[in-house]
Design a protein around this ligand. Structure first.
Ligand code: BES
Ligand code: MN
Ligand code: ZN
Length: 491
């Protein structure tokens, strides 16, 4: 991973990056006004600055976030000047700029970037943008490695900004971990492998971990996880990861859907719908990475994370449409569609959290329905909660962190569809509001925590079809950034 360091004096990189922003709009026509240099805390040298300022009109840069232009200075030091559009100069625009820079300057080995005097937001955005925009997932070395190894960030007081850089680095590292897990092919990441990855990371960070295998799950009555995992040669697991700092006053339980591959089961998916189903554990990856991040940052909040891991396969031991499943705690579900498997494993984990862990707040993340994208498009998660304050706090944190979600209604109109002739609940009623009905089904397992629960259906934003800002094509690590921001607000 790219190394980022704070420095207060000129570092002598061959490549110097100067931020530019939209110029003062002309009274007559603002669209034609060229970008202007952003004043920086440490002057890069008067001659370089003057040269950059003189260049600007000819570059046709507007200063919009993410614009990048390279300028060669034969024989000069620095030898190359990069002009980087940072838009409004807020964190979000700096994040976009950082990502664009990481990609444009990938053949540099070291770059030096000069930041403005008020550097906190700029640094947070720049560092996350650089680290997330330069992310790539490859299983072979063919295709070459990016040369860019080091970014020096020029500020007036490196010590004062060390904490900001740490937060950005941890956030980006954990987002990259979630992306790695989600991008990994399902032939590798069966439930056992996934649990082992968590064990390795947990021992490095000093977190408590318990992993239940099929026998423990059976002994304790986790019928949903066992049913969904029953068709696979790789047995299911329930990961329970605990960050328990001294003096924590709030206890949060995070639950993440961890289907390591979703064929749909006996209700098998058609080819186009199945091809990306290795990503069906993106919720589990996000909550685990966020918990590791909370520990790494020493956040003073207790976080217990539950990741029910199972592979939804087609075989002689797979569960069948019409089966009735007995969840942890005793509620039963009639399942007429084995492709609605995520809610069955979440139901077990949520019931366990409510009955045994009794947290203050319960949040679940899941690639739960295709309907998420039908309702909200490809970049927004669907947020459900009965608690307006909790919903507002989560939306604020998610937005500030550069992710997106939109609140959706827990519309009681559809509750009647959850009725079953033979069981307590019907898990997969066939009617329209897919994401809403799935949320209403999960609500049945929240018990006393009904109004201290939030559900994020993040099927759509868990994956990006193209490279866009700090997202690169493939897994996005959606949720890690927002959860870490939100956890940091709890005490
Ligand atoms: N893993 C899928 C949801 C999904 C779809 C995630 C597309 C990402 C992209 C989930 O298990 C599923 O199959 N849901 C069904 C529910 C239906 C059977 C009630 C769906 O959305 O069609
Ligand atoms: Mn499914
Ligand atoms: Zn699924």
């Amino acid at each position: 991973m790219l190394v980022i360091r704070l420095v207060s004096g000129p570092a002598g990189s061959d490549a110097l990056v100067l931020p530019v922003r939209p110029g003062k709009p002309d009274s007559a026509d603002s669209s034609g006004s060229p970008a202007e240099l952003v004043p920086t805390a440490v002057a890069p040298g008067d001659d370089v600055r003057a040269e950059a300022a003189a260049l600007l009109p000819a570059t046709r840069l507007t200063g919009a976030a993410g614009e990048v232009r390279e300028h060669l200075r034969p024989g000069g030091a620095p030898a190359r000047l990069w002009l980087l559009g940072v838009g409004s100069g807020d964190e979000r625009d700096w994040r976009t700029a950082g990502a664009a820079l990481a990609r444009a300057a990938k053949d540099e080995t070291q770059i030096t970037i000069a930041l403005p005097g008020e550097a906190t937001e700029a640094l947070r955005g720049l560092a996350e943008g650089l680290l997330l925009g330069s992310y790539r997932f490859r299983l072979t070395e063919s295709g070459g490695r990016p040369a860019l190894a080091e970014a020096l960030v020029l500020v007036d007081d490196p010590k004062a900004l060390a904490g900001t850089l740490d937060a950005a680095r941890t956030t980006a590292e954990m987002t990259r971990l979630a992306r790695d897990l989600t991008n990994t092919p399902s032939s590798t990441k069966n439930p056992e492998w996934f649990a082992k990855q968590v064990a390795g990371a947990a021992s490095r960070t000093g977190l408590h971990l318990r992993v239940r295998g099929p026998q423990e799950l059976a002994a304790e009555g986790f019928g949903g996880i066992l049913a969904v995992g029953g068709g696979s040669a790789s047995g299911p697991r329930l990961v329970e990861l605990d960050w328990r700092p001294d003096g924590a006053r709030t206890h949060v339980v995070l639950v993440g859907k961890g289907i390591t591959f979703d064929t749909g089961g006996i209700s098998i998916k058609p080819v186009p719908a199945m091809k990306l189903m290795r990503k069906d554990m993106a919720g589990a990856a996000a909550v685990i990475a966020a918990t590791l991040g909370a520990a790494e940052l020493g956040l003073p909040v207790r976080v217990t994370t539950l990741a029910p891991l199972a592979e939804n396969m087609v075989s002689g031991s797979a569960f069948r449409p019409g089966d009735v499943i007995r969840h942890y705690g005793g509620l039963t579900s009639e399942s007429t569609n084995s492709d609605a498997e995520g809610r069955l494993v979440l139901a077990d984990a949520m019931a366990y959290a409510v009955r045994e862990l009794k947290p203050d707040l319960l949040i679940d993340l899941a690639t739960l329905t295709g309907a998420n994208a039908v309702a909200l498009g490809k970049r927004h998660a669907a947020l459900y909660s009965e608690n307006d304050a909790l919903a507002g706090d989560l939306l604020d944190a998610i937005t500030a962190a550069g992710e997106r979600a939109w609140r959706m209604p827990l519309a009681d109109d559809y509750v009647e569809h959850l009725a079953s002739d033979v069981a307590d609940l019907h898990s997969s009623p066939a009617q329209g509001a897919g994401s809403v009905v799935a949320a209403l089904y999960l609500r049945e397992f929240t018990g006393d925590l009904r109004d201290r629960w939030a559900h994020l259906d993040m099927s759509a934003p868990s994956w990006s079809d193209d490279t866009h800002g700090e997202l690169v094509k493939g897994a996005t690590g959606w949720g890690v950034r927002g959860l870490l921001r939100w956890l940091a607000t709890l005490g």
